[in-house]
Design a protein around this ligand. Structure first.
Ligand code: ADP
Ligand code: 5GP
Length: 218
């Protein structure tokens, strides 16, 4: 269902919302809820060399490619950022992200801290970053097991990398502890609303205020 557009008559630049977390903390769940709830967001579909999980659809969750194909895209500058994560290569296609931003549409990026660093360096004023923390390491482990999409060896690699990823938390604009999913999701929505209302993102305010001041008061 169409939702009200909070900043509507005032034109603004799109925002690049980056969600990162250690694997299993809940960023895919929160991303999916946000995409369902807010029709202004579009997901940036990454390219990866990771094998497809049973629940994933080519072109919806990722573009699954060979290592050679990934390297061709990376070396022809078709990716805005890329990184090796848990032994696989992941990257963000440049063209859809740049087009969305130019047209004032918002884009959601489910990428790791290395990708977030690169995006911030290249598009600083447009990036809003949120880091999702699990309530405990024990809960992180049990979420990875409950998700039941990865083998025990892959879960062990991801848990082993979790501490290093969590150590990146200070680089993010916002940090959310995903204990209760409804609360975490409301917090993400509050951040999005506030960021959309930022003065420096809303170039339409110039014309709007000009019109306001030119209005004759009867
Ligand atoms: P990530 O994308 O960060 O790897 P997922 O979104 O796939 O993590 O979540 C991992 C698992 O934890 C999924 O099975 C998901 O349904 C579950 N989950 C996510 N958030 C919560 C929460 N707040 N409480 C309990 N389970 C959760
Ligand atoms: P998963 O294999 O669980 O889908 O993702 C593993 C990790 O790779 C997650 O931290 C996810 O955010 C990250 N990731 C997914 N796509 C990209 C991307 O395009 N660039 C970067 N840097 N990380 C990505």
């Amino acid at each position: 269902m169409a939702k009200p557009r909070p900043t509507d008559p005032i034109a603004r630049r799109g925002l690049m919302l980056v969600l990162s977390s250690p694997s299993g903390a809940g960023k895919s769940t929160i991303s999916r809820d946000l995409l369902n709830d807010d029709n202004l967001f579009e997901l940036s579909v990454s390219v990866t060399t990771r094998p497809r999980r049973a629940s994933e659809i080519e072109g919806v969750h990722y573009h699954f490619v060979s290592k050679r194909e990934f390297e061709i895209r990376r070396d022809s500058d078709a990716l805005i950022e890329w990184a090796e994560v848990h032994g696989n290569l992941y990257g963000t296609p440049r063209e859809p992200a740049e087009a969305a931003l130019g047209e004032g549409r918002d884009m959601l990026f489910d990428i790791d801290w290395q990708g977030a660093d690169q995006l911030k360096e290249r598009m600083r004023g447009d990036v809003v970053s949120i880091f999702i923390l699990p309530p405990s390491m024990a809960e992180l482990k049990s979420r990875l097991k409950r998700r039941a999409e990865d083998s025990d060896a892959i879960i062990a690699t991801r848990l082993g990398n979790a501490r290093l990823e969590i150590e990146q938390w200070r680089k993010y604009d916002y940090v959310i502890v995903n204990d209760d999913l409804d609360r975490a999701f409301s917090e993400v929505k509050a951040i999005v609303l506030a960021e959309r209302l930022r003065r420096d993102r809303r170039h339409g305010l110039f014309g709007f205020v000009e019109g306001l001041l030119a209005e004759k008061i009867g």
